[in-house]
Design a protein around this ligand. Structure first.
Ligand code: MSP
Length: 516
């Protein structure tokens, strides 16, 4: 069979053949990052979303054999930590270690396939990068000392101007910010307004979706002001000291944002111990291999940090800009921000416990837009689970595999799936909802074929034709399983394992048991 020949040649996945060829000749790399999270006691649905979205993209790029690197981490040098541990007698390091373990358990339970988890408290991996970056900006003449007066929201770790506030309060946390006056180092952000604008307008630095591109361009049109770049050490005693000034610590920008390159070993040069071989046999460090990032995935609240401040810092340091920034919206529940007082907080771990990780990944991929706000309620989740996983995919897989099992069909009866190589463009354009709609269209088509042709009724009278129909259905199911790989890797594997036995077998238990 053609399919088997292809498999012999390209390995078990025909899915990868296009990219096998592309990557063989183009040697593409793909570097994707999530924001680094503040050390919250628990990661919430928003974190689960950005992680799942990024994971789907990373898995897709690995499938098509791009040399992929997926980074996430924790933003730990923050004053918030002190507030949280004041009550106990734990020290900062112990507290952060504990939180970081909590983080990593959600990563594991969500099946997030990161290559590295960077922590900004890591003095070996992260601090040398942050300090070297600071020195680069000083060398460029872009750092100066000045008096700072500002309105500071501890929750966002951000200074606001009067005009940013809503009724005198922080627009995100709705708390009155503290008035702060201190002597700080400043970064000449204003100097870079025009060049960043040009890069964004020309899509050299592509901001997706276009609405966010326009938002940041409008901000750039109003002009950028220089920003405070350090804080007195007493505010974050465990922070990174400013080189040459032990009274000050490096403020979030030159600390947190630098994670995207410190994790790659910057500023170490070529041939460091993290190295791998490029096509010419030269040893490359991770930085040389993967920077600039292909995409930083972020939420809409940190657009300015990533699309204005970070590019300005990179330009000042003489480093290339990331290629794109994907800006997703916020997850609400019943149309409202999730909050304890509204009682509408949904814990991703609870959903995983009740429905399984694959169902959570499914919902986030299919029903939450990567470009706008999306909604999730316990009711909407259950409804979609029953309709599209229990009755949809699960039922279809079980019907097809049960027939093939019963009729004693073997793997070689599967005909080559058609249209295997199209539809990547959805994922290339980050349109995960569109991609999922495509998969569910295939599921509906297969359901209709069973309904129209009723093979289960015909086996006794016309076994030859029935087997042909079931073969086609198996090929259809194989195609669905392949498409599902980046989004629902375990379900995809179960289906493919059932199909690729000497004899096709039905799954041991229902893929998605109905919930009442
Ligand atoms: N530490 C900074 C990021 C620094 S990146 C160099 C930070 N951390 S955070 O933990 O507060 O937020 C992490 C991410 O979660 C952000 O991208 C934010 O947009 C996202 N979300 C927080 N609440 C969210 C929702 N309700 N819905 C979707 N994502 C949201 O910001």
């Amino acid at each position: 069979m053609l399919l088997n020949k292809l498999r012999e040649y390209f390995g078990t996945d025909v899915f990868s053949r296009k990219c096998y060829i592309t990557s063989k000749f183009m040697n593409k790399t793909f570097y994707i990052t999530t924001p680094i999270f503040y050390p919250n006691a628990k990661l919430h649905m928003g974190h689960a979303y950005v992680l799942t979205l990024s994971d789907i993209l990373a898995r897709y790029h690995r499938l098509v054999e791009d040399d992929t690197y997926f980074l996430s981490g924790a933003d730990e040098n923050t004053g918030k930590v002190l507030k949280n541990i004041k009550s106990g007698n734990q020290n900062v390091t112990e507290y952060l270690d504990e939180l970081s373990e909590n983080f990593q358990s959600l990563y594991k339970n969500l099946n997030i396939s990161i290559d590295q988890f960077i922590r900004t408290s890591d003095k070996e991996k992260h601090w040398p990068g942050a300090i070297a970056f600071w020195n680069k900006l000083v060398e460029a003449g872009d750092v100066y000392k000045s008096k700072y007066q500002g309105l500071y929201c501890v929750e966002c770790e951000t200074f606001y101007t009067e005009k940013d506030l809503v009724e005198g309060k922080c627009p995100i946390h709705l708390v009155v910010p503290e008035k702060i006056e201190e002597e700080n180092y400043f970064f000449k952000l204003s100097k870079y307004t025009q060049i960043i604008k040009e890069n964004i307008e020309s899509d050299e630095l592509k901001i997706v979706p276009a609405t966010r591109k326009n938002e940041i361009l409008a901000l750039l049109d109003r002009g950028l002001e220089d920003i405070s770049f350090s804080r007195p050490i007493k505010t974050v005693p465990h922070g990174i000291p400013v080189p040459g000034d032990p009274e000050q610590v490096i403020y979030v920008w030159c600390d947190a944002l630098v994670n995207y390159i410190s994790a790659l070993g910057w500023p170490k040069s070529q041939g460091d111990t993290l190295g791998s071989l490029d096509p010419k046999g030269v040893t490359l460090g991770l930085f040389e291999k993967f920077w600039p990032a292909n995409v930083h995935v972020i939420g809409k609240d940190i657009l300015r940090f990533h699309a204005a401040i970070w590019p300005a810092m990179l330009l000042s340091a003489g480093l290339p800009l990331p290629k794109s920034i994907l800006v997703h919206g916020f997850i609400t529940s019943g149309g409202h921000k999730m909050s304890k007082s509204l009682g509408n907080v949904i814990d991703p771990q609870d959903l995983i416990n009740e429905y399984g990780v694959e169902a959570v990944r499914y919902y986030l991929a299919r029903h939450i837009s990567p470009f706008e706000d999306g909604d999730l309620t316990p009711e909407s989740f259950k409804e979609s689970y029953n309709a599209h996983l229990a009755n949809g995919l699960g039922n279809l897989a079980s019907r097809i595999l049960t027939m093939a099992d019963k009729y004693g069909m073997s793997t070689v009866d599967i005909i080559e799936p058609k249209d295997l190589l199209s539809k990547y463009e959805y994922l290339d354009n980050f349109d995960i909802n569109g991609y999922m709609e495509h998969v569910w269209t295939l599921i509906k088509m297969a359901d209709k074929k069973i309904q129209d042709e009723e093979p289960y009724k015909k086996y006794k009278t016309d076994p030859h034709n029935t087997m042909k129909i079931v073969s086609e259905l198996c090929a259809h199911l194989y195609e669905i399983a392949i498409w599902l790989k980046p989004v629902m890797p375990e379900t995809s594997k179960i289906i493919i394992d059932c199909l690729y036995n000497p004899k096709i077998k039905k799954p041991e238990k229902p893929l998605f048991a109905r919930k009442d």
